[in-house]
Design a binder for this molecule. Structure first.
Ligand code: DGL
Length: 260
């Protein structure tokens, strides 16, 4: 059966994974895509591993019912806690996202890098195993308490956001980091606010571009890239207030409420 015109599925605990969807869509505009924002259950970062696995399975089942040919787990917290279970349970290929520590560690001149991520990601075994392999750099970890909730409420430009970011970033600046890794798919939306706080010598790295390249490679290897020359059909679902998802996207994107 030719699967190439089947959609790519994306899920995240909310609207943040659209930062990953954007990169994939920029590289693969002819692909049909379905994005699921499980905003009702955000944040995942404060949930137990078991809860994150159960929600990730539920999201995947929904996307497979929509006939997706590949799933992008557009959430660091779900990837670091549940990707092994998803791969063991379902036959489709999964692309996960993990904090981009490696490129930051390789390029750092001060040998100090900062990572901002959720509690669920920073406490995961997968993150610890990866972090341990970079013995040549100090990794300064910071949990982004409260950031996802503010983004999910559409409060990106609020004074509370500015204050939280100031509190999380100043200690890293004081410790002389030269790379800041954004280890949560919601955080690329905070880059303008982050740039108001950090000096221009600190570079920001996120995982979106690498995920897009990996998605293309896997589709290519499996011979399921969509050969169509037309722009793909893009559909977005949220099980919470759809205006927040609509506002973060181009207004023309099709966003639907899902009772899920
Ligand atoms: N966007 C998510 C991530 O990349 C999850 C944030 C959360 O729900 O806590 O980690």
């Amino acid at each position: 059966m030719d699967m190439s015109s089947q959609p790519i599925g994306f899920f995240d605990s909310g609207i943040g994974g659209t930062s990953i969807w954007r990169e994939v869509n920029a590289l693969l505009p002819h692909e049909n895509t379905i994005y699921l924002a499980d905003s009702k259950n955000a944040p995942y970062g404060l949930k137990s591993k078991e809860e994150i696995i159960a929600l990730s399975i539920k999201n995947t089942e929904f996307l497979l019912e929509q006939n997706c040919k590949l799933i992008v787990v557009a959430c660091n917290t779900a990837t670091t806690n549940a990707i092994n279970e998803l791969r063991a349970k379902f036959p489709v290929p999964f692309i996960g996202i993990e904090p981009a520590i490696k490129p930051a560690a390789i390029q750092s001149k001060t040998h100090k890098i900062g990572i901002l991520a959720t509690k669920g990601t920073l406490n995961s075994q997968l993150f610890h195993e990866k972090a341990k392999t970079h013995t040549d750099v100090d990794i300064i970890e910071q949990i982004g308490h409260g950031l996802v909730q503010l983004i999910e409420n559409g409060d990106m430009d609020s004074p509370e956001m500015a204050e939280l970011l100031e509190n999380y970033l100043q200690p890293m600046i004081a410790q002389n980091i030269d790379y800041l890794v954004l280890g949560c798919s919601h955080y690329p939306y905070l880059i303008p606010q982050i740039k108001k706080i950090i000096p221009p010598t600190i570079k920001i790295i996120d995982s979106g571009e690498a995920v897009a390249k990996q998605t293309k490679n896997i589709l290519d290897q499996k011979k399921i890239l969509n050969p169509s020359l037309a722009l793909g059909n893009k559909v977005f679902y949220s099980n919470s207030d759809i205006t927040v998802l609509q506002n973060i996207l181009n207004q023309k994107e099709k966003v639907f409420f899902l009772d899920f």
